[in-house]
Design a protein around this ligand. Structure first.
Ligand SMILES: [Zn+2]
Ligand SMILES: [Zn+2]
Length: 457
């Protein structure tokens, strides 16, 4: 097999990988757009694919850093088929349409003439070539289930990350390749833990997002939830409100359900909970598939049961938080001009309020900047506004939907693949894995694939 990393640099960035099986087929795993880069440079490196055909694109899950460039692949390869799990199919649609809206805004605000990279119409037409592939079934590259005598087939395994997220096992003439996508080996409130192959993998392509983060002793998801509940209660006691900047897909559904269950148990008081419009769209899909998809609490409906209030994005400027409210709004890293960024500027001057982060915050993002600013010091959340003093409480809670690095390492060592390809990680994260594997499992051939270069595995 030949492998090309289609991303443009070694970092968490976006995901897209090309696998060449010669006459037996050519496939691409994931089609992400870089979350921090604008324009053409955010797309996968199509130039390194110039000499190759591509038969199909397999999507691991609906997050933008895995799907944002999907319409570009369909445009470039007119016969390409896209394979995804049922929830991923439904979640990717609103995500891509929202991406067009964001690009249209950025076209004007940031003067990016090539935006939008694709249109609403193109997304809708493209779905003719999207195909749902159910998990735990073998599929051919033509999209036929349970194929006989095919040299190249694939199968999805639940990865526990968000609804519909899968790892992909590829079977090629007796060799097995496994791509994890984003994985959580621990259960979350809604998601079951990953259910991955336990042996028989020759080549493992594995995410390494959290390779630079040490698992702190005594800190678990449960203790972090408890700490979050305590801090929210404390904020309400002193007459404040809580802002939780949060990703619309996956994190919102997990956290709102977690908070609701804590309310049911009487550990968190009942309060108005606000979410954004895009989060509502994704929650609707979680609800629609609640009995049909692999998750905990089948049948539990977020929107009907919790009844969050939907914030109208256009009226964000008019919102005046009063005491005892909970805002779970995008974006998770408080990018400029998003609801969470605008609201944060209103939360900062009131020492009764709190801003709590529950996901990864890039140090350069407004969220990262705020977390690094001591209380009382000045922070700039919007480049066209004046610096503001941080008077409210600010904290971070580790409620990740990615596997801890120790669990990733254990999985690599359990499988003992001949070759392990590390992807979706920053250089320091990759370095940690490299050191550990060289020390503890030197027989595993560890590969950190340089962008755009063909490697034989
Ligand atoms: Zn993800
Ligand atoms: Zn990812």
């Amino acid at each position: 097999m030949k492998f090309i990393n289609l991303t443009r640099s070694i970092e968490i960035g976006a995901n897209s990988y090309f696998l060449d099986f010669g006459d037996d087929g050519h496939l691409v795993l994931d089609a992400g757009l870089h979350p921090k880069i604008e324009g053409e440079l955010a797309t996968p490196h199509f130039q390194s694919l110039e000499d190759y055909p591509v038969d199909c694109l397999i999507i691991s899950h609906a997050h933008h850093d895995h799907t944002g460039a999907l319409p570009l692949f369909l445009r470039k390869y007119p016969n390409l088929k896209v394979f995804l799990s049922e929830p991923t199919y439904h979640l990717t649609l609103p995500l891509l349409h929202n991406s067009v809206e964001v690009m249209l805004k950025q076209r004007l605000a940031l003067q990016i003439p090539e935006y939008p990279l694709y249109t609403h119409k193109e997304i809708d037409h493209g779905t003719e070539r999207w195909q749902i592939c159910h998990i735990n079934k073998e599929w051919s590259l033509n999209g036929y289930p349970n194929p006989k005598h095919e040299p190249l087939t694939f199968r999805f395994y639940p990865s526990g990350h968000i609804l519909g997220a899968v790892g992909v096992r590829i079977f090629h003439r007796g060799r097995r390749i496994f791509y994890t996508g984003d994985v959580s080996f621990k259960e979350q409130t809604l998601m079951l833990p990953a259910d991955f192959p336990q042996d028989g993998i020759d080549v493992l392509i594995i995410e390494s997002t959290r390779g630079a983060q040490e698992m702190e002793k005594g800190i678990t998801r449960q203790t972090e939830i408890q700490r979050l509940i305590d801090r929210i209660e404390n904020t309400f006691d002193r007459g404040g409100s809580v802002l939780i900047p949060i990703f619309a897909l996956g994190k919102t559904q997990e956290i709102i359900t977690t908070l609701f269950f804590e309310q049911q148990k009487g550990r968190l008081r009942k309060c108005p909970i606000y979410i954004g419009g895009l989060s509502r769209s994704f929650s609707e899909i979680y609800d629609r598939l609640s009995s049909r998809s692999l998750r905990r609490y089948p049948g539990f409906k977020i929107l009907d049961t919790i009844a969050p209030i939907v914030v109208n994005g256009k009226k964000t400027h008019k919102i005046q938080p009063v005491k005892g409210e909970l805002y779970l709004v995008t974006s998770g890293m408080m990018n400029e001009n998003t609801i969470s960024n605008i609201l944060a500027q209103k939360f900062l001057p009131n020492e009764k309020n709190s801003i709590f982060f529950v996901g990864y915050c890039d140090p350069e993002s407004p969220a990262g900047q705020l977390l690094a600013t001591p209380r009382g010091n000045l922070v700039v959340l919007n480049s066209s506004s004046k610096p503001q003093p941080v008077l409210c409480e600010v904290d971070h809670f580790d409620l990740t939907s990615h596997a801890q690095r120790e669990d990733i390492l254990s999985y690599i060592q359990l499988l003992e693949p001949r070759t392990c390809i590390l992807v979706h990680g920053d250089p320091t994260a990759l370095e940690w894995f490299k050191q550990k594997i060289e020390e503890e499992s030197p027989h595993i051939n560890l590969v950190i694939p340089p962008p755009g270069q063909l490697i034989n595995v």
